[in-house]
Each structure stands twice: as C-alpha cells, then as structure tokens.
Design a protein around this ligand. Structure first.
Ligand code: ATP
Length: 322
C-alpha cells in the first residue's frame, strides 16, 4: 500500500542513477542521481552544457541503459519495463525526425498507428491536438514546409498522441522566436494544470524555467546540486552568500547610520550607495538591523531585500560547486 502511495506521489524517481561513457567507463555523465518528481508538476532540469541533462532524460525514457542505479517512471522500471514506459510517456522528438513529405495529419496518423489507437479516436485526436498546438490550419500541409516554431509545436502534438501522463521535453523552446516560445510555455502550463500531465523539461533559459516550473533541479558534471522551488533555491544560496538589502533612513545622515550598524549581529558589510545604504547580512539579521536603526534615533523609510533572479541563483550554485 505504501508503495502505491509513493508511486502516485513520485511519478519519476531515480536512485543513484548513473551513466558512464568511454571505453573504460571513464566519463561519468550522470553521477548517482537521486531525483523525485511529483505527479502533475512541471519540473525543470537545468545545468551547463554537458551537465548530463539529456543523458538523464534518455535513461528515463529507456533510450539509454544506466551503468548503475535504478529508476521508475509512471510506476515502471526504466530498464525492465521500457515498453510500458513508452506507452505512458510522450517525448518531444528532434525536429528533424518527421516524415517531411507527409502532411501533419498523415504524420500523426502514422504515430497513432504505432500505439494501436482505433481509427475514430485517432482522427478526432489528431484534429484536437493540432488545434491545441495552434496548427489546425496547417493540418493538411506537409511538415517539410513548417517553420522551426511550427515544427516544435507539431512535435508537442506528436508527443501527446498517446495521451501520456508524463511528458519529456528536451529544450522545448530552443531555436524558436519569442512569440512561439511563449505559446509553447503557455501550452506546457496548460497541460500540467488542466490535464494533470507531469512535465519534465530541460532548458537553458532561466527566465523560462522561473516562469513555468513548479520545481527545479540543478545539475552540473552529472551531479544534482540542488532541487526545489525558485524560492527554496534562492534561500539555499542566501544561507551561504547572505542577504542583500537596500536601506533608507530618515532623520539621520547616512554615515551616522553606517556607524550605528557596524558590529550589529549578522551584519557582514554596510556601505553607502547612491544616497542610501547597501547591506550584506546573515539571512536572519533583519529584525536586529531595524532595532539598531531605531536605537540611534532613525526612522526607516525603505528596507528592501534585493531578490536574486534564478539566473543569479543558478550561477551561484554552479560557482559554489566548482
Ligand atoms: N553517446 C555518448 N558517448 C560519449 N559521451 C557522451 C555521449 N552522450 C553524452 N556524452 C557525454 O556525457 C556528458 C553529458 O552530456 P549530456 O548531453 O547529457 O549533457 P546536457 O546537460 O544535455 O548538455 P547540453 O546542455 O549541452 O545539451 C557530456 O560530457 C557528453 O559529452
């Protein structure tokens, strides 16, 4: 019973998943990865080039056999139950991989047949999916004439042909224009929120990941550095790097406030910047600072934390792991 509950909660789970390449297995592409992705969430996998994102995805969908460790997707073992995984998942194909002399409808028909979907269901699903990805007017056009953005969206329709519970999208918006990318992001959110599809995606755009992912895993050199919501990742960096504040105080000269804050518990540095005060502190120093300003007769008119965006959080995490 416990096992069932766990499988429902974690639709993707890996235990020490490892992949090595090379004649002597000398290159560790994925190193003892322990990942858990919950049902229905959009999970973003980010990391520098060569970090191991694609290799991980390929193992999760049964395209590459792990060198060590194990994994389950939708309750199925990634080594022993590859066919079941294929049935339960959808994968964004390489845009080059379509039959370009066939139309969108004919291409999808071909893939639907691979899943033994009956004709009536199939024909309706093809129309619905092409409508969903905004290609209904191109239904009888050859995919060979599609733009890069159209090809990516078409790929999403293809990935959804078997109504999968889990979608794997390797860089779903790379190479497409801002409008096409936004459409793709909206679609991904919609699939997760309205249809309960779990989405596992990789991306090099931190803004994109911040916009659409519920949780994020950061990987570098095959190792998972951190997992969590943007806020949780931010806090992790904050714990280590400290928090940055901008402070403005009425009634007192800047220099007097700076003197008053030096030596206050948790204050790492304090300096004047453009007429206000910039502070680097321990994460929990805020109340002590407010009390110290009050004790020297100042009134705080602004005390704001400079929030790191995901791009900075990401760089700090990578930097710290090097
Ligand atoms: N078939 C292979 N044979 C040998 N080495 C490989 C193979 N596939 C991947 N690698 C190596 O494994 C490491 C991880 O590669 P992977 O493609 O998983 O990274 P990635 O995070 O997806 O990178 P990118 O962001 O550039 O797509 C790299 O060092 C890569 O060169």
């Amino acid at each position: 019973m416990d096992k069932e509950i766990n499988q429902n909660e974690n639709i993707i789970e890996t235990i020490n998943l490892t992949k090595r390449f090379g004649k002597k297995n000398e290159l560790v592409a994925v190193d003892s990865l322990n990942l858990r992705v919950k049902k229905g969430e959009v999970f973003g996998f980010v990391g520098p080039n060569g970090a191991g994102k694609t290799t991980t995805m390929k193992m999760l969908i049964g395209l590459l056999e792990p060198t060590g460790g194990s994994g389950r997707v939708a309750g199925f073992d990634i080594v022993r139950e590859v066919i079941k995984i294929r049935e339960a998942t959808g994968v964004l194909p390489e845009p080059a991989g379509y039959y370009d002399n066939l139309t969108a409808r004919q291409n999808l028909r071909f893939y639907a047949k691979l899943y033994d979907i009956d004709e009536k269901t199939r024909e309706k699903r093809i129309v619905d999916l092409l409508e969903l990805v905004g290609l209904n007017r191109a239904i009888d056009q050859r995919t060979g004439g599609f733009s890069t953005g159209m090809r990516k969206r078409f790929g999403l329709a293809q990935a959804l042909i078997n109504e999968p519970g889990v979608l794997f999208l390797d860089e779903p918006t790379s190479g497409i224009d801002p409008l096409g990318a936004q459409m793709m992001r909206d679609l991904i959110r919609k699939l997760s929120k309205e249809k309960g599809v779990t989405v596992f995606l990789s991306s090099h755009s931190m803004a994109e990941v911040e916009e659409i992912c519920d949780r994020i895993g950061v990987i570098a050199r095959g190792k998972l550095l951190a997992v969590g919501t943007v806020e949780e990742l931010r806090n992790k960096v904050r714990e280590k790097e400290g928090a940055r504040y901008v402070l403005e105080v009425q009634d007192l000269p800047v220099q007097r406030v700076i003197e008053g804050l030096k030596g206050v518990k948790g204050v790492r540095s304090v300096e004047p910047v453009n007429g206000h005060i910039s502070l680097l502190t321990d994460p929990d120093a805020r109340l002590g600072i407010a009390a110290a300003v009050k004790s020297i007769g100042g009134t705080i008119s602004m005390f704001e934390e400079e929030r790191m965006d995901l791009q900075r959080v990401f760089l700090k995490l990578i930097e710290a792991s090097a």
